[in-house]
Design a protein around this ligand. Structure first.
Ligand code: AMP
Ligand code: GLY
Length: 423
């Protein structure tokens, strides 16, 4: 079948790498893709936000299956648009993507179905929000309701900071996304992500991963989209995974079906785990980035039929096999990220780095100019490796990082420290 993958980041490079190996994928296109993806798919210059352009291209090229990587086009209704044009789509409808698109919606759903999560209330005005925040103790968490490119969460350490955060959001710092806010209790514990495919009825658990959100070593510095990830995550024991599936994921899938907005696609549960008890922090309606990069490295089975089964409602027929090996990815970012950074610096040494044992380099924010690869974003490369243990995967990934000649970039040197310390 002809497949169109939508997106241009490291997550999409990982998906393209995996899908391109499938015997059921005869032709793989990626819109807009990136220079890394070019090695495994035909990239077409249509932005992920150009819904009309994507549907027209898919129709023209007789695409059988559109796999949508990022959240923004899902929340904007790209899966609905593809389906309306007779093209099967992987990813939830706009109504089901509310699980990522509205934090308040998820919190209400959790409250109605006894899904463990932080105590909360939703607000449209600042006086009431401040009053409630003051009752919660410190720190306290203030969230813009809508999509804010991963920046809409403020953890306030003092009452004053909480009040400032509330004003900041209602003053339009996140545009319409902040017209409603959620004020919630701060959860202690260790964070991890768990992924599951669902076809609206059946749930096929995938595996878990841990991400490093802070920019600098020792989990210091500003929050980012993720500076590295690894799988398995030691905190996700079999028991924690069982609880996550039975208490969080399955009730959510059932509730969405009951509401008449069944959720199909990948459900990404952001969890806080304390004393073996998982609580839901948030949902995302897509694969994690960079978590997806380690997931595909550990997947032994063909990804394409599993994604298609999630669309077709037959996930109960799929059985995925995973490697026992660990996988770890190091994000190389432009200096300055997540603040201001420059684009257009040359990256050398990628070929040598990619030849290292067990290493796969996914491009996240690059362009090709002449014969050169230049940086074109904040998070630029995902240097990924497998190994018998997290420690071995870490050694291999950093050995590859050290062969990459890019003075304008930086990375954390401690990705995986928590997993290695667990042992
Ligand atoms: P989110 O965008 O909801 O993932 O939030 C970003 C990050 O803020 C999460 O990955 C957590 O590290 C943190 N966070 C969000 N909500 C809470 C909470 N209720 N308690 C503790 N940390 C939180
Ligand atoms: N790595 C976090 C995310 O994909 O949201």
């Amino acid at each position: 079948m002809n497949v169109l993958l939508i997106g241009s980041g490291g997550r999409e490079h990982a998906l393209a790498w995996s899908l391109s190996a499938s015997p059921i994928v005869s032709k793989l296109y990626c819109a807009p893709g990136n220079p890394g993806i070019e090695a495994v798919a035909e990239c077409v210059a249509i932005a992920a936000s150009d819904l009309d352009g994507l549907v027209a291209f898919a129709t023209e090229k007789k695409i059988a299956f559109a796999v949508i990587g990022p959240e923004a086009p899902l929340v904007a209704g790209l899966a609905d648009r593809m389906e309306a044009a007779g093209i099967k789509a992987f990813g939830p409808s706009a109504k089901a993507a509310m699980l990522e698109g509205s934090k308040g919606f998820v919190k209400d759903l959790c409250a109605e179905h006894n899904i463990p999560t932080a105590g909360y209330r939703r607000f449209r005005d600042s006086a009431r929000a401040k009053f409630y925040a003051d009752t919660l103790g410190l720190p306290v968490v203030i969230k813009a309701d809508g999509l804010a490119a991963g920046k809409g969460v403020i953890i306030a350490e003092t009452k004053e900071d909480a009040h400032k955060a509330i004003d900041f959001m209602f003053d339009g710092a996140f545009g319409a996304a902040g017209a409603q806010i959620v004020v919630e209790e701060f959860l202690e514990g260790e964070e991890a992500s768990f992924f599951a495919l669902t076809d609206g009825e059946h749930v096929l658990p995938l595996i878990g991963a841990q991400d490093h959100k802070r920019a600098f070593d020792g989990d210091q510095g500003p929050n980012t989209g993720g500076m590295g990830a690894y799988s398995p995550a030691p905190v996700l024991t079999g028991e924690v995974i069982d609880k996550t599936i039975s208490r969080i994921i399955k009730p959510t899938v059932a509730a969405m079906a009951e509401r008449g907005t069944p959720y199909r696609g990948v459900l990404y549960a952001g969890l806080m785990i304390k004393d073996g008890e998982p609580k839901l922090i948030e949902y995302n309606c897509r694969f994690g980035d960079p978590e997806c990069q380690v997931l595909v490295m550990r997947l032994r089975s063909d990804l394409a039929p599993a994604l298609l089964a999630a669309r077709d409602g037959v996930l109960d027929a799929i059985d995925l096999r995973w490697r026992d090996e660990a996988a770890l990815t190091v994000v190389m970012a432009a200096q300055g990220y997540p603040g201001e950074y420059e684009k257009g610096s040359e990256i050398r040494g990628l070929d040598d780095a990619a030849k290292q044992d067990g290493v796969q380099i996914f491009h996240a924010g690059t362009i090709r100019r002449g014969g050169k690869i230049l940086s074109a974003g904040g998070r630029v490369l995902n240097v990924t490796a497998t190994g018998a243990s997290i420690a071995e995967a870490q050694r291999r990934a950093y050995a590859a990082v050290d062969l990459i000649d890019w003075p304008q970039g930086f990375c954390r040197r401690d990705i995986g420290w928590r997993a290695i310390a667990h042992r």
